[in-house]
Design a binder for this molecule. Sequence first.
Ligand SMILES: [Zn+2]
Length: 303
Amino acid sequence: MPDDTLQRFQALNVWKARDMRAPHKPLLALWAIGRCLRGDERLAPFGLVDQELAELLQRFGPHRRTIHTEDPFWRMQRDEVWEVDQSRLVRTTKAGGAYKSDLKRHEIHGGLKKADYSAFRTNPRLAIRVAEDLVASHFPATLQDEVLEATSILASPSAEIEPLDDRQSFTVRRRPRDPVFRKKVLAAYGYRCAVCRFAVQRDNRPLALEAAHIKWHEARGPAEIENGMALCALHHDLFDRGAFTVLSDLRVIVAADVDGEGVEQSLRRYDGGHLKAGPQQGYPNPAANFLGWHQREVFRSPM
Ligand SMILES: [Zn+2]
């Protein structure tokens, strides 16, 4: 029943209250699907999950002081996509969570449910379909391949097969994009990158210029000018990865921990300065609440 499998994994795509990003369960599910595609054992000890999921959360999750790997490991049981062995050895909190120390001490193992694991083994296309859907629901397009690569799903030989027929047989629930958004945002910013003024054109059409959502479309960020910025492909990518953010007075703040060749040219020179090409006259500035979301949930700086 592939449709049922897809639906159970899709149900993980619930955004938490107060607009906080919660990629924990999807990342754990993706990690497990990657293991399955590699042929690793179905159940893995919590110690390993703890280490590898923490790395994924550090890379792709919001910036948080403490990383709680025990929550998805324990709570995903209720989503009917995950099981945990020896669960009676684990004490639970009032809120229904598990104690990390118990999971470690008793070497509790967790993994995909048997039926899903075998379905994915015999039909890797299904596994990849589920993984792509998870990743598309939680991460903007600029990050999706990197997440699939980090969970070793992209490396799987089955990922290269054109899905063709497969794809049509699934009903995919995805938020429709608003085609007018791009037009409106690019016009509002005068067809230039807000950060660097990049405005290369051919036949009067902008090249490599994109309408970025400040609060991600995947996080139910609306398709409104106040939630958009025209950014060149490079700055769009860097913005979605939290390499810089924009304050409500339209100053650019660059993360303290980015380096490498080109960092001066593409980022540092803009640090602390205002957007080089903000909205044109008559158009609204980006709204403070969307910028605030980006600062909290996407911008990553160790400062
Ligand atoms: Zn740019």
